[in-house]
Design a binder for this molecule. Structure first.
Ligand SMILES: [Zn+2]
Ligand SMILES: [Zn+2]
Length: 257
């Protein structure tokens, strides 16, 4: 039985054998290489096989391969991880043993850098959004009211009431803010208060006032977490003050008896 090195990982295989011309300027003859069973799933005859091989080597999903071509391509010629690039004719004992650890570390670092950059830019880590959740369809990237970037439903809205200027803007509201709008019936402070309190698990009352509660679209804040620019410190302090006032009143009632 004829065996040859797998041209991707280097182990001995009798599958997919084909002659290869030796690398170099002069014609140095040919030798035989194959493709082992494991590496056949890297689709070695299609574009991107070297990138897929790298992803498999560093234990990452191979489905990301096309977005990673420029990432790896700028800093490292990934073709070099393939056994055929080593120009060796003898199979190796262990798959990928020809790839030095420092090269693997460098490739891992490139991948992690790419991942960190995506996360910093508000993109998910290459995974699909969770089921039923859709990214904001508006180019601004967030719900006009709360700024959330992903929601189960989106409602188109044209309004002049969420910005300080007189001009109308068109965008979308997330499902929660859309519900708040449906309840209040008009875009404005009450709707924002209701949506904000609802997000914080609090009830809205007719006399609820949250001074200077601004819509996301008027803040210039990046999309992502809802209401990220609003600090709850002020309402909490107000609540403490109310409790203190109530306790003082109770103490007076007690003293007056
Ligand atoms: Zn192989
Ligand atoms: Zn919203």
């Amino acid at each position: 039985m004829t065996a040859a090195p797998c041209r991707l990982c280097g182990i001995s295989t009798d599958r997919g054998l084909s002659p290869r011309r030796k690398a170099g300027v002069a014609d140095r003859g040919t030798y035989v290489v194959g493709v082992c069973e494991d590496c056949a799933s890297l689709r070695p005859d299609e574009p991107g096989s070297a990138v897929r091989a790298v992803l498999r080597l560093i234990g990452r999903p191979e489905g990301d391969w096309s977005v990673l071509v420029p990432v790896f391509g700028q800093r490292y010629n990934v073709g070099h991880v393939l056994y055929e690039a080593t120009d060796r004719e003898q199979p190796s004992e262990k798959p990928w043993s020809h790839v030095p650890e420092d090269v693997l570390s460098a490739l891992r670092a490139l991948y992690v850098g790419w991942l960190a950059n995506r996360v910093a830019n508000g993109a998910p880590d290459g995974s699909a959004p969770s089921e039923g959740v859709q990214r904001c369809p508006d180019p601004r990237g967030g719900c006009l009211a709360c700024g959330v970037a992903e929601a189960e439903t989106w409602h188109p809205l044209t309004t002049g009431a969420l910005t300080s200027g007189p001009e109308m803007i068109s965008g979308v509201l997330c499902g929660s803010c859309g519900d708040a709008l449906e309840t209040t019936g008009a875009v404005g402070p009450s709707m924002l208060e209701r949506a904000f309190l609802g997000y914080n698990g609090l009830e809205w009352f007719d006399d609820t006032r949250i001074p200077r509660l601004r819509s996301w679209v008027s803040t210039g804040h990046p999309p992502g977490e809802p209401w990220a620019w609003v600090r709850l410190a002020e309402p909490a302090k107000t609540l403490e003050e109310r409790v203190a006032a109530l306790e003082a009143a109770l103490a007076q009632m007690g003293a007056g008896r």
